[in-house]
Design a protein around this ligand. Sequence first.
Ligand code: CMP
Length: 145
Amino acid sequence: MAIERTLSILKPDALEKGVIGKIISRFEEAGLTPIAIRLQHLSQREAEGFYAVHKERPFFKDLVSFMISGPVVVMCLEGENAVLKNRDLMGATDPKKAAAGTIRADFAKSIDANTVHGSDSLENAKNEVAYFFRSTELFPYTHKK
Ligand code: CMP
């Protein structure tokens, strides 16, 4: 299986609940290593730019205002099959539909405050990682390329 990189965001509700350590442990235990990690309070412009693909969707405004309601943790995760593995660990976007034992089933309270974001394809992962991190900010200490 290929070593991939993906973007993970721990959303403001994760920080508010004090569960970022628990969530990062789940990634590490599954073989996903944070090779870049930063606590950041997104500006409106940064959040709108990140979610630009959703700008015509009815939930866009609420999504952006939630994402700027408090700090987030942005991370680049690296590991085997990282894109899909991260999505499996997160569970469905709507926590009511998320499988038992997934991050969203365990911590999220609504589709907006759904605790984590993860890239949905390898191509988007490349763009999303580059949106937040320069290549010199990535430290692949486990899977050296
Ligand atoms: P995320 O993975 O960060 O990507 C887009 C976000 O929009 C999603 O998680 C949800 O938090 C939010 N969202 C709100 N309503 C919807 C919806 N109906 N479908 C998809 N995403 C939604």
